[in-house]
Write a protein that binds this ligand. Structure first.
Ligand code: HEC
Length: 130
């Protein structure tokens, strides 16, 4: 897995000073967002990329859920994750949100997503004595 961070120093992007400063900021923002999206697509693991775009809002960036009533996916067995995603896709497992999320996933998406979430290492520790 590799992470590419592109930082664009301001003066590198030529901007006529006649452009309103707010618009200039917006243009730099759009340019750097596009560039980092291209970098993502070129270098990133497809599962990680899709997970970040579609799943992270609820399951967290590294598969530790950020929304209530949402399970952690990090470190779960790949075969289990793939089976659940196929079950959501076919609605054999029913859940309002996950059925909608899984419907457009291809077999390749499911394989890549399952591989990515399964590859995240998690450590468990015994709970402290009460
Ligand atoms: C809007 C919030 C939301 C998004 C976005 C979302 N999920 Fe979920 N996901 C949930 C919730 C809530 C559950 C719990 C479903 C249940 O209770 O049966 C769940 C359950 C799951 C499960 C079952 C986990 C288990 O332990 O059985 C998997 C696998 C899963 N999601 C994968 C994904 C993947 C992959 C994506 C992105 C493609 C994704 N989810 C996007 C909310 C979301």
């Amino acid at each position: 897995m590799s992470v590419v961070v592109i930082c664009i120093p301001f003066p590198v992007i030529p901007m006529p000073h006649t452009i309103h400063p707010a618009l200039r900021h917006l243009l730099v923002f759009v340019a750097s967002t596009l560039l980092s999206a291209v970098a993502d697509a070129a270098t990133d693991d497809p599962g990680r990329l899709k997970a970040r775009q579609v799943c992270s809002v609820c399951h967290g960036l590294v598969g530790i859920a950020s929304a209530p009533n949402t399970p952690n996916l990090a470190g779960q067995p790949e075969t289990y994750l793939a089976a659940q995603l196929r079950a959501f896709r076919s609605a054999a497992r029913r859940h309002e949100v996950m059925n909608v999320i899984a419907a457009p996933l291809s077999d390749a998406d499911i394989a890549a997503l399952s591989r990515w979430f399964a590859s995240i290492r998690v450590e468990a520790q015994p709970a402290p004595p009460q």
